[in-house]
Design a protein around this ligand. Structure first.
Ligand code: NOJ
Length: 549
């Protein structure tokens, strides 16, 4: 396999439950994925990242796993998985799986055994502690549900759950648990998968003695003691060895990771990951989580982009993404639903020309937007419920629902809109979740029809990137840093440059190029409007020019 193959690739992320239902039961599945592989290929991506496909009680929609070596019956079986994998490979698409090993489901057989007593073969698979003077073992909050400890009468002890109660944290300090992780990796690698996206992998090593965290930080007060913990590099080195046997690649999710900490995973003698997902550019309209909103601020978005482009250049490799299953739809936050086509396509340009491996999340390529359900009871995401019932409790119900509309992960999890027929063409059965009523306008079939659609622009950008050394390897430089309306950057590689100009304005703007290119003839290679006007940018216009240096 070619080394560093992932640098030239782009990935499509599938959150299967809402992708495409192939057997009419209202739930997306691997039969549906199989049918849509040609569509995925047509986008110009080179790989698929599957969010968890494994058996799960779905307390956190697949991120609470009850059997790591099987497929959830809602989605098919191992045989169907193999069919999808082989067909993807024959189309030239790589496939990476989600590896969720910070925690399991509380319905996983390991946990069911572990909770029975303090001395059974699984008793040390999880993080169990006695209470302290009648109180919890420490002051940590869970990120998803109340405190991070849950009492278990059978053991008269508490177990740690950084996420929901039904997601007990594994005890990675136990060598047997690490062996289990390696065995899970081998199980999927033996079937032919090409790598893993590793869920909250920076959280798997907890500080000794689990000290209290700073009391003034809500929800994440234990973070300093479970992020980048004392044995993280040792444990990841063990997992890395397995991957080396297969030449697969590893992408770690690093919530709240800084460039410095990312580089400790991506470079040097501890190099344990090929890529990382950071979250910095997800905070341009919020503080810490999307539920804590603030007005969108282009300068903070640009600052986050540029910080990572500069810090990793020549040392490591970036991932590029604007959406995934954990964040609301990007048009509804950084773009503008009233300028749906223009802002959706501009956002594509603004990130796909940076240096790194791009990820496109299902529905992003057709500009799907946030759903607005009337009541919190209609939402199914555990963290949306937690936010609603924990924060800003003095706000009116209406205000809190506005926050939910703008922030819920469910907005990114509504069924994919394939066409304007019943149920958006997603299923012939009863869809498992609400379909965004805008599906009559926003759907794949409609996007295929329009010449300047968001979908077509994604295809053009991805095709261009794959065939351009400058887009793939070029250095990055930002211009007009202080502008609140324009994002302008240049990529340069071996005497060639690309200039990327993106307007985030709802008005037309005068624009006369950056100084070094003024008066020089560049070639306009991508624009999201049919007839670009010299000296002016239309609302949410995006352009890419080629220059010779
Ligand atoms: C990150 C995953 O992307 C998210 O969906 C999940 O809820 C948490 N990790 C916990 O597994």
């Amino acid at each position: 396999m070619e080394k560093d193959w992932y640098k030239k690739m782009a990935f499509y992320q599938i959150w299967i439950r809402s992708f495409y239902d192939g057997n009419g039961d209202g739930i997306g599945d691997l039969y549906g994925v199989y049918e849509k592989l040609p569509y995925i290929k047509s986008l110009g991506v080179d790989g698929i990242w599957f969010s968890p496909l494994y058996p799960s009680p779905n307390a956190d929609y697949g991120y609470d796993i009850s059997d790591y070596k099987n497929i959830h019956p809602d989605y098919g079986d191992l045989e169907q998985f193999q069919k999808v994998l082989d067909e993807a490979h024959s189309l030239g698409l790589k496939v990476i799986m989600d590896l969720v090993v910070n925690h399991t489901s509380d319905e996983h057989p390991w946990f069911l055994e572990s909770k029975k007593s303090r001395d059974n073969p699984y008793s040390d698979y999880y993080i169990w502690r006695d209470g302290k003077n009648g109180k919890l073992p420490n002051n940590w909050d869970s990120l998803f549900e109340g405190k991070a400890w849950e009492y278990c009468p059978e053991r008269d002890q508490y177990y740690l759950h950084i996420f929901a109660k039904k997601q007990p944290d594994l005890n990675m300090d136990n060598p047997k648990v690490r062996e289990e992780v390696k065995s899970i990796m081998r199980f999927w690698l033996d079937r032919g998968v090409d790598g893993f996206r590793e869920d909250v992998i920076t959280f798997i090593s907890k500080a000794d003695n689990l000290p209290d965290g700073p009391p003034f930080i809500p929800a994440a007060n234990g973070l300093p003691f479970y992020k980048d913990g004392p044995h993280i590099h040792e444990y990841l080195a063990e997992f890395r060895k397995v991957c080396e046997e297969y030449d697969c690649f590893q992408l770690g999710e690093g919530p709240m990771t800084s460039t410095r900490s990312a580089l400790s995973y991506l470079t040097g003698k501890h190099k344990s990951l090929d890529l990382m997902f950071h979250f910095d550019h997800m905070f341009a309209d919020c503080i810490f989580t999307e539920y804590m909103q603030r007005p969108f601020h282009l300068r903070s978005l640009k600052h986050a982009f540029s910080k990572w482009q500069k810090a990793l250049n020549g040392r490591a490799w970036n991932t590029l993404y604007l959406e995934n299953h954990d964040h609301p739809r990007v048009i509804s936050r950084y773009g503008n639903e009233r300028y749906h086509r223009a802002s959706g396509s501009m956002l594509a340009v603004c990130y796909l020309f940076q240096q790194g491996t791009p990820f496109v999340y299902q529905g992003q390529e057709i500009g799907m937007t946030n759903i607005k359900l009337a009541s919190i009871d209609q939402y199914v995401d555990v963290s949306s419920h937690n936010n609603y019932h924990t924060f800003h409790l003095k706000d009116s119900v209406e205000k809190r629902m506005e926050r939910i509309h703008a922030s819920s992960r469910d907005s990114a999890r509504t069924p994919m809109q394939w066409d304007d027929s019943k149920n958006a063409g997603f299923t012939t059965g009863k869809p498992w979740f609400y379909i965004n009523p805008n599906y009559r306008k926003i759907n794949v079939a409609a996007e295929e029809e329009q010449p300047f659609s968001i979908l077509k622009l994604y295809r053009r950008c991805l095709r261009y990137r794959k065939n351009s050394d400058v887009a793939l390897w070029g250095d990055y430089k930002e211009y007009d840093r202080l502008s609140n309306q324009l994002y302008v950057y240049k990529r340069t590689y071996q005497q060639k440059s690309l200039l990327i100009v993106c307007s985030f304005s709802t008005h037309s703007l005068k624009w006369h190029n950056i100084k070094e290119f003024r008066g020089r003839k560049g070639k306009l290679v991508i624009c999201n409007y049919p007839n670009p006007v010299h000296g002016m940018l239309k609302p949410y216009e995006a352009r890419v020019y080629e220059y010779k240096e």
